[in-house]
Design a protein around this ligand. Structure first.
Ligand code: FCB
Length: 454
């Protein structure tokens, strides 16, 4: 049996991508409000203003999750919904939404896994510098306290931040997600340091204030290199590819994972970044690294794809390009099942913290067929291959405890708007009608057999 009997099967979403009702009941604006209005920022000017209207339809959505047999649901809390200015005043009506959501999940016997921050940063705090301001760590800790006080009698599993690689590098460096800034590496490294501090502060707050024993972790991008062959040199090349910082930019694993788990930034990155034209250095103050490296209970990995490498001359990782016609998703992301074996395996080997796959899935060109169903054999095949690879990682000895499919339902895919459909449930964005896709029903059988029927 590849999957342990305690293996957790779930699906994931995030607040801005599915809730809609962004201004309802006194919610404040997030950085996505102005960002989506920028000409050209998102596909056809789409925004999350309505999204799946999950804010009003969550009871039906939980009903579908129950029918699909989900055991766990990873959702995020919208910071500006709970605190419209980001700090100070709490919006009880906004907080009450999560109260209702958690209650209906529990009534359906679905375990709630709450993410405190999945990119919808309060606009009011962006005007005070966002993550660039060192106070952001305190702002986040205060907000975390408000949510934990309210929900921790029923929520036991917490994520601090989601994918700092994306909201820092793409949000502050490349400008392709909100707030859409194009700053140098030196400034990205500062914002990143503060986000890591915020993570550490939140871990402390959760542990200090949770009413039931919490498990705490985070969810990061797992940037994966996998070996072209199962030989020791190729495996070592994959390990190096994943763990070495060889370019002056923040799309990597160790700049984030090392401080959080090992308590220090990676030496190679420090050297390389300091030698960059911007002379990038994290603004470390006494006590910072200790705060950042609070013990976490699990390491969440969001993994969609990877690149194939082999050992080149002197063992250096060498990327082996895919042949023409290599399978791709609708988003044009390469389909690479071995990434779900080697990514968690090699990151578990480095950090020795139990792993959950907190996002994995694919965008597909789905529609409601004339028989009223949504047929998505591509998603079934993709997920099957990736889960078989994950089972191999478990057989290899990696401590992998669960899998959350991205996404529960089609939703606002950031810059791609509603063009990319990642859901196990189809959403008609004109009528907001939901239809469980074939893959959703298939996933139910996988959950019921604990992966044995893969
Ligand atoms: C991840 C994000 C998630 C979703 C998927 C497709 O980077 O965390 O919100 O957009 O990609």
């Amino acid at each position: 049996m590849p999957f342990p009997s305690t293996f957790l099967w779930g699906a994931a979403t995030s607040s801005y991508q599915l809730e809609g009702a962004t201004a309802a009941d006194g919610a404040g604006p997030s950085i996505y409000e102005p960002y989506c209005k920028r000409p050209g920022a998102t596909f056809m000017g789409h925004s999350g203003e309505v999204a799946c209207d999950h804010y009003h339809r969550f009871r039906d959505d939980v009903g579908l999750m129950k029918q699909m047999g989900l055991r766990a649901y990873r959702f995020s809390v919208s910071w500006p919904r709970v605190m419209p200015e980001g700090v100070g005043r709490v919006n009880p009506a906004g907080l009450a939404f999560y109260d209702r959501l958690v209650d209906s999940l529990l009534a359906a016997k679905i375990e709630p896994w709450a993410t405190l921050f999945h990119w919808d940063f309060p606009l009011a705090l962006q005007h005070r510098g966002g993550w660039f301001n060192r106070d952001s760590a305190e702002w986040f800790a205060d907000y975390a306290g408000v949510v934990v006080d309210k929900l921790s009698d029923r929520v036991g599993h917490w994520f601090t931040i989601n994918e700092p690689q994306v909201f820092i590098k793409f949000g502050y460096g490349d400008g392709t997600v909100a707030p859409g800034l194009k700053l140098g590496l030196d400034e990205q490294v500062i914002a990143c340091h503060h986000a890591l501090l915020a993570h550490g502060r939140a871990v402390k707050v959760i542990r200090a204030r949770a009413k039931t024993m919490p498990t705490v972790g985070w969810a990061v991008v797992g940037r994966v290199d996998y070996p072209m062959s199962e030989t020791a040199p190729d495996i070592e090349a994959a390990r190096r590819g994943m763990m070495e910082i060889t370019e002056p930019q923040l799309w990597n694993n160790t700049w984030y994972g090392d401080p959080v788990v090992l308590g220090h930034y990676p030496e190679d990155g420090l050297k390389l970044f300091a030698a960059d034209a911007t002379k990038a250095r994290p603004p470390i103050q006494p006590g910072d690294m200790e705060l950042i490296s609070q013990k976490i209970d699990f390491y969440g990995l969001n993994i969609y794809d990877g690149q194939q490498v082999r050992a080149g001359t002197d063992g250096k990782p060498e990327v082996v390009p895919f042949p023409p016609g290599h399978p791709q998703t609708a988003f044009r992301w390469f389909i690479t099942p071995p990434c779900l074996r080697w990514g968690p395996r090699l990151l578990f080997e480095r950090y020795k913290v139990p792993v959950y796959i907190t996002e994995n899935g694919m965008s597909n060109i789905d529609w409601v067929a004339s028989d009223g169903a949504v047929h998505d054999p591509q998603r079934i095949d993709y997920t099957r291959r990736y889960l078989l690879a994950l089972a191999q990682a478990i057989a290899d000895g990696a401590d992998i405890r669960g899998y959350f499919h991205w996404s529960l339902m089609d939703n606002f895919e950031w810059a791609a708007g509603y063009r990319e459909r990642f859901g196990l449930i189809h959403v008609d964005f004109a009528t907001l009608a939901r239809t469980v896709k074939d893959s959703g029903w298939w996933y139910k059988t996988i959950i019921e057999s604990n992966g044995a029927s893969l």
